[in-house]
Design a protein around this ligand. Sequence first.
Ligand code: TXA
Ligand code: MG
Length: 310
Amino acid sequence: MNNNLANIKKSISFLNKDDCVAIPTETVYGLAANAYSSKAVRKIYTLKRRPINNPSIIHYSSLNQLEKDCELNKNFFKLYKKFCPGPITFVLKLKKESRISKIATNNKKTVAIRFPKNKITQKLLKILNYPLAAPSANISTKISPVSASDVKEEFGNKIKFILNGGRSKIGLESTIISLIDKPRILRLGGIERTKINKVLNKNIKYDKTNKKISVPGQSKLHYSPGIPIKLNIIKPKPNEAFILIKKRKKSYKNYYYLTKNKNLKQAAKNLYRILRVIKKKNYKRIVVEKIPNNGFGETINDRLKRASTK
Ligand code: TXA
Ligand code: MG
């Protein structure tokens, strides 16, 4: 614990100097900077090689602070009560008087915000007097990091500080829901769609083809391990890594299991970690067996499809 506090203090000293720090969250690690400082936010985009037109998620620990930056509505409060802090991101109307950097929002009238659940990051946010802009802490289009060592692998010595908060419990990104006008899901993620439907008492659409709002993760190559991926495969070739949903009795060196028992939440947690393990070996291709498309299976299939887009 003392160690954590010392590291939180170290993070603060970097953040206060407009530098970036990697922070742990329950979904994936984020590359964070003062959301009110364009100088700081610009550094995130340079480090990540992120296109400037892709806005960042802003991370908060209190509603009081959030209220200064955006308009909160009924649907927001319903979902906030049920899921926050947790793996859900809301797109809301930005307030005119908001101090959030226009670089972080790409000059939009809306902003994506979330309340992360990791204790260390919550403590950090509580001490700071500004929220943190933080996209996932990976080079743009690559696999998101789920541990401090994954972040180190992405950025090497280019990153000034990584706040270690252990392995991410969810293991893939937050669900993004737009609450501007009619609620729409913009990215599948850490909260299942059916749970959101239940709270809002209607069937919320997953808007994967929306062109008006730029969510680059929706179309082009993303979450890529840098090796071709093929889905719905029954049997692999010897030079292919084979990802299976459930452990088999007979095992081979190139078999990688997402779970012991087919639990889809567990599978989601293991996906990026396993892709990263495979990436370091010399396989020609990654092939994946058919993954059930219910619950977190839908999110897993979504990520695999995007990772396999050429
Ligand atoms: O779990 C997560 O959400 C992680 C952790 C670090 O919080 N963050 C994350 O950030 O996945 P990133 O930048 O990799 O993905 C954020 C997505 C992007 O696809 C971006 O286009 C979208 O959020 N986004 C940001 N602002 C938006 C807005 N105003 N309207 C619609 N989409 C927005
Ligand atoms: Mg990302």
